[in-house]
Design a protein. Structure first.
Length: 233
């Protein structure tokens, strides 16, 4: 059994499928996806549907996933006399426009093609995405979070961080986080291209940044937590 982690697939279903094939992903393995499954790329809903069928794939919330879930949940509510005037108010419409502008169009198109039952299942699935997760592999503890740990303090419990601090934080790539040499932090959100100019996983101490800009000019990255081997598509 091997444990893998990916991030920021952003609708690139073909790269996602190719990566699963490249690593030989099997029912005995585990895969954590640390946010931003949806938006931008052409097939975000296809990725969600695939993930939903795999009990050994563990999603973690990203800022795009949260935004998509919020908007799609609003759009999926039945219109009644009671909510007709407030259901899609100015605030909701502005959020919809912002989401579309930030890459949500492909997610919306894919979602609209689903049956009502499938839509409900996808929303229920996304509602269960945690803000973080922890994996223990070969005596090491891996804190898995989409963006990093904003306003970090070593004595602060993970449950006390806000969604904004975990999903939208922009790291400096100088974060040290925990002093325990067996504790590692894996995050995405900020493409490594912006800091190193390379579409490669970047390591700073025991912090790994694995968003390699799969949906633009970079690559989809995958990290094996057993061996720390890197894979790219």
């Amino acid at each position: 059994m091997s444990v893998y982690v990916m991030s920021d697939i952003h609708g690139e279903y073909d790269k996602y499928a190719a990566m699963l094939k490249k690593i030989g992903f099997s029912d005995d393995d585990m895969l954590y996806i640390i946010g931003d499954v949806v938006d931008r790329g052409e097939k975000p809903v296809e990725i969600l549907l695939d993930m939903m069928q795999r009990s050994n794939v563990f999603p973690i919330m990203g800022n795009h996933d949260l935004f998509a879930f919020y908007v799609l949940s609003r759009l999926s509510v039945d219109i009644t006399e009671e909510n007709a005037e407030t259901h899609l108010n100015a605030e909701a419409m502005n959020l919809l426009i912002d989401w579309i502008y930030d890459g949500g169009e492909t997610t919306l198109k894919g979602f609209r093609k689903l049956s009502p039952e499938q839509r409900a299942a996808v929303l229920e699935y996304m509602s269960g995405f945690p803000l973080y997760d922890i994996a223990e592999v070969n005596g090491r503890i891996f804190v898995l979070v989409h963006a990093g740990l904003g306003n970090f303090r070593p004595d602060r419990k993970l449950r006390d961080y806000t969604a904004e601090e975990l999903l939208s934080y922009r790291p400096t790539f100088k974060e040290k986080y925990y002093s325990d040499e067996d504790v590692y932090v894996i995050c995405g959100h900020t493409p490594t291209l912006l800091f190193t100019g390379k579409a490669e996983i970047f390591r700073s101490g025991r912090v790994f940044y694995i968003d390699c800009a799969a949906c633009s000019t970079g690559k989809l990255a995958c990290l094996c937590l057993d061996t720390m081997k890197e894979y790219y598509i």
